[in-house]
Design a protein around this ligand. Sequence first.
Ligand SMILES: Cc1cc2nc3c(=O)[nH]c(=O)nc-3n(C[C@H](O)[C@H](O)[C@H](O)COP(=O)(O)OP(=O)(O)OC[C@H]3O[C@@H](n4cnc5c(N)ncnc54)[C@H](O)[C@@H]3O)c2cc1C
Length: 417
Amino acid sequence: MASQRRGALVVGAGQASVSFAEALRQGGYEDPVTIVGEEPLPPYERPPLTKGFLAGHRDDASLVIRSPDWLAEHGVALLAGERVTTVDRDAEGGFAATASGRSLSFDRLVLATGSRARALPVPGADLAGVLSIRTLADAERLRAALHDDGPVVVAGGGFLGLEVAAVARELGRAVTVIEATDRLLARVVSPALSRFFRAACERRGTRVVLDTTVAGFDGEQGHLTAVRLGNGEVLPAATAVVSIGSVPRTELATQLRLAVDGGVVVDQMARASDGHTLAVGDCASVPQFFDRGLPGRVRPESVQHAMDHARSAAATVLGQPAAYRAVPWFWSDQGDLRLQIVGFVAGAQSTVVRGDPATEAFSLLHYRAGLLVAAECVGSAAEHLVVKRALEKGLTVDPSAAADTSVPLRRLLSAPA
Ligand SMILES: Cc1cc2nc3c(=O)[nH]c(=O)nc-3n(C[C@H](O)[C@H](O)[C@H](O)COP(=O)(O)OP(=O)(O)OC[C@H]3O[C@@H](n4cnc5c(N)ncnc54)[C@H](O)[C@@H]3O)c2cc1C
C-alpha cells in the first residue's frame, strides 16, 4: 500500500530520535525512516557539553551517538541542517516542509524536537559575553569564554548552571551563582540535598547568592563588563551564563492543533491528542508513569527518559502498544561530585540519611506512604544501583533500618508489607 511506504518522519535529531529509529528497526519496521534535524550534525550527547567537553577533556567527534554510517546501515535517512517549518496532515499521514524548501511525506509523524534554553529578558542580554547552553555550538562558545580570564557569573542554580560553575572553578575562574529561589536545584532535589550542594559549592570557592534575580547586564563596546542584581549589587563579570531552565519546543504541535500543556500532551503510549502523531523525549508532557509517584503529568529531561520514552513510542508504531513504565533516573557531575537520582523526589514525605554528608559520599532515601520512592546518591554509585533495581522490582527498604551503614543496602531490601 502506498501509504505504508511513506514511513516515519522524525522531527529533531537528538537522543530520542536515535533511540526511536533504532527500536523501530530492531522491531522489524521495514518502511522508510527519516530523521530531520536543524543542527548541522548527526545526533550527539548533550550531557558532556557542561562536563568533559566544556572542561576540554572531550572533543566533538566523541559526542556522536550514532554515526551517519551506522544510520545508513540501518536504513535511517538523516537530513542534518534542515529545520522543519510546517507540517500538514492528510488522510493517510501528511507532509512536512523544511526551511530550505524540501517537502517530506509521512505516514507517521514523530515530534522529537527537544527544548530550548529559556531566555532571560533583561537589558544587556544580547551583549557579547552573555551566553547560554543547549547545543554544541553554545558549548563551543562557552568553552572558549571559560578558558579566558575574568570573573564568571552564572544566572540559575539548576543542574546545568552548577555544572558550568564547577568547570569554571576548576579552570581557575572566580565564580558567582545567582539563584532566584531560596535554594539550589530547587525544582528537582530535596531541600537537604540543596543544602549539601550549597555548602559543597562554597567549599570549592564558588559564591552562591540565593533569593536574588539578575536585573540586567552592563557592557562596554558591546561586551559584558558587569551583572546587575535585583538586590542592587553589581558584580564585575567577563562571562555570564544564563541557565534558567528550558522551554519545550512545541511550535509544530501547535500548528497541528495538538494539545500542549507544558509540553506536547501525550498519552501513555506516546500518542499526541490526535491519537496518531507521536511526541517523545524532552518535548513531551507525559502522564505520570512511575507507579509509586504522583498523579498528573511530568516532563523529565534526562537521557534515560528520552531513550525509554522513544522505545515506548516505537512499540506503538510497531503495533505493540504498552503503557510507558520506567524507573526514572538521572545523573549530574558537579565537578568532582557525582549525583545520581532515581525516582521522583517531589511528593516524598520523609527522608532517611544514609552515611555522612560531610564525607561527600552518602545517600538520601525518600519515602512516601512508608515505601521507598526515590534516592539521591552523592559519590555512592553502588547504592544508586541498588535502589534502582529495588524500584524496578517493586522492593522497598524498612525506613527504621535504612540509616545503618554497617549493613549493605542490598541486604535491607524487602517486599512491601
Ligand atoms: C547541557 C546539557 C547537559 C545535560 N546533562 C544531562 C545529564 O547529565 N544527565 C541527563 O540524564 N540528562 C542531561 N541533559 C538532558 C538530556 O540531554 C536531554 O534530556 C536529552 O538530550 C533529550 O533528548 P531529545 O531527543 O528529547 O531532545 P534534544 O536532544 O534536545 O534533541 C532535539 C533536537 O531537535 C531539533 N529540532 C527542534 N525543532 C526542530 C525542527 N522544527 N526541525 C528540525 N529539528 C528540530 C533540535 O535542534 C535538537 O537538535 C542535559 C542537557 C543539556 C542541554
